[in-house]
Design a protein around this ligand. Structure first.
Ligand SMILES: N[C@@H](CCC(=O)N[C@@H](CS)C(=O)NCC(=O)O)C(=O)O
Length: 319
């Protein structure tokens, strides 16, 4: 991680934990919003009006949080509005790096080698982890936002006047229900798998495992319609999908969330296929990056052997 703008080595095994050994994810620092006219959003400062090509999205295709943003960009038809730079899926001693792997880009703007250089461009004294996704303003050369929950939401509305879309990922009539489910989904499932995977405490692992499967059971129960809130896809579906698509191939083995697989849940299995069939969504899923990325986490897999995708995932994704 960066401390006062300097990269500290040997960061990989050092995951922040609470006093009972539970994995704690860092909170995001850059919280400005792109808006139609550059007015300030719910947090941060204004000055970031929607403009075609102005903002770049830095992502890792292994990363579920970055994938949320990528999927929203796809479903809202923003490909031509928002260019993307993909980092190498293999975590290095200096965090995410550019290039050097099929499907990984060089940094188009600063020729940076590592993602942490983008953070020190934004703040030469930045302290924290150099996470993805990052939304970068190529005009002012500042970081707009590094929180995927915000990015998902701003992509839903900020570019509407430039690229109209019928899809509402956060419709007003569902806002309260979405806001109620999102934090539980995050805590128990999206981040729950990481809590199971990164803890060094047996009780914390078992607690996380309970949560993961309680939420999978709940989602299975809930999915009587096509999507979590009925017949139209929302941001919560995106949040659920990014974990479900990684579950059987990565989390089940590496993070030891191995009581059941998504394929053991009939409705969740159909739901994942339905999500994959949304226009463009399949293009955001790169199972090679996912497998290489997760299994390159040395603290969890010291020998770096990368498993093959399970047969049902290979079939699902036509690998
Ligand atoms: N709150 C952030 C979390 C992003 C995050 O944790 N990204 C991970 C990859 S999945 C990362 O970049 N980790 C690098 C690190 O921890 O050093 C968001 O949702 O945008």
């Amino acid at each position: 991680m960066l401390v006062d703008g300097k990269w500290m080595e040997n960061w990989q095994p050092v995951q922040k934990a609470d006093k009972d050994g539970r994995f704690v994810r860092q909170t995001s620092r850059f919280r400005n919003w792109i808006t139609p006219d550059g007015a300030p959003g719910p947090t941060g400062e204004g000055g970031f009006p929607a403009e075609p090509g102005r903002y770049r999205l830095y992502v890792a295709l292994i990363c579920p949080w970055a994938s949320r943003a990528l999927i929203a960009r796809k479903l809202k038809g923003l490909d031509d509005m928002i260019p993307v730079a993909v980092v190498n899926p293999t975590l290095t001693d200096q965090g995410w790096r550019f290039g050097g792997y099929p499907g990984a880009d060089e940094d188009p703007q600063f020729s940076a080698r590592y993602m942490h250089e983008i953070y020190t461009q934004a703040d030469p004294r930045f302290t924290g982890r150099a996470t993805v996704p990052v939304l970068w303003d190529t005009k002012r050369n500042v970081m707009v936002n590094n929180e995927s929950a915000d990015i998902l939401r701003m992509f839903d509305t900020a570019f509407e006047h430039l690229m109209p879309s019928d899809l509402r990922l956060y419709p007003a009539h569902l806002a309260a229900e979405i806001d109620a489910l999102n934090p539980r989904l995050y805590d128990l499932l999206n981040n729950g798998v990481y809590k199971a995977g990164f803890t060094s405490s047996q009780p914390a692992y078992e607690e996380a495992l309970e949560g993961v499967f309680a939420m999978l059971d709940e989602l299975e129960e809930r999915l009587t319609g096509d999507y979590l809130f009925g017949d139209s896809v929302t941001e919560t579906d995106i949040r659920a999908f990014v974990t479900l698509i990684r579950f059987d191939a990565a989390y089940h083995g590496l993070f030891k969330t191995n009581r059941r697989q998504v394929k053991d849940y009939p409705r969740l299995t159909d739901y994942v296929t339905r999500m994959l069939d949304l226009p463009g969504l399949r293009e955001t899923v790169n199972m090679d990056h996912i497998l290489h990325g997760y299994y390159s986490i040395k603290a969890l897999n010291p020998n770096g052997i990368v498993p093959k995708a399970p047969d049902h995932i290979a079939e699902l994704l036509s690998l």
